[in-house]
Write a protein of this length. Structure first.
Length: 144
């Protein structure tokens, strides 16, 4: 009988331990989500800053964002072709819309249009940037 009780207690302790470790791991992942608005591209060719056209960024609404693209020297990059991907990787789906970078503004910034977050949570915006035959990528992790 004591052996049965001991085995039951050991299973209970391991179950509690597993739950606590899961909570700690999820907390650590949430804290390490990089939600900065400015990022350096993967190959370090460019610095990209995303800024919402209007705030707050509301769930369920279509948003526009300005995208500032600079080279390593801090100069504005003109004539870039920028493709947009992303979604909620933890949920396994993309954006409910098809966001595009529609063009370059007089300020030198680019306009990202049609971005919609359908629910609160961790979202990813991935930009593939091509300028004069040089391609690079950047990823933004946002908590909406």
């Amino acid at each position: 009988m004591q052996q049965i009780v001991r085995n039951h207690l050991i299973r209970r302790i391991f179950s509690i331990y597993a739950v606590l470790m899961s909570l700690l791991l999820n907390s650590a992942l949430a804290e390490n989500t990089d939600s900065a608005v400015t990022q350096v591209t993967q190959s370090q060719n460019y610095v990209v800053t995303l800024t919402p056209v209007s705030t707050p960024v509301e769930v369920g609404e279509i948003h526009g964002w300005t995208l500032t693209l600079q080279n390593r020297e801090g100069e504005t990059v003109n004539g870039a072709v920028i493709k947009v991907r992303g979604g909620m990787p933890h949920h396994g789906h993309g954006f409910p819309t098809h966001p595009v970078v529609s063009g370059q503004l007089e300020s030198g910034d680019y306009l990202l249009e049609g971005l919609k977050f359908s629910m609160k949570g961790a979202w990813v915006i991935e930009l593939n940037i091509s300028v004069d035959g040089t391609s690079d990528k950047v990823r933004f992790n946002l908590d909406i």
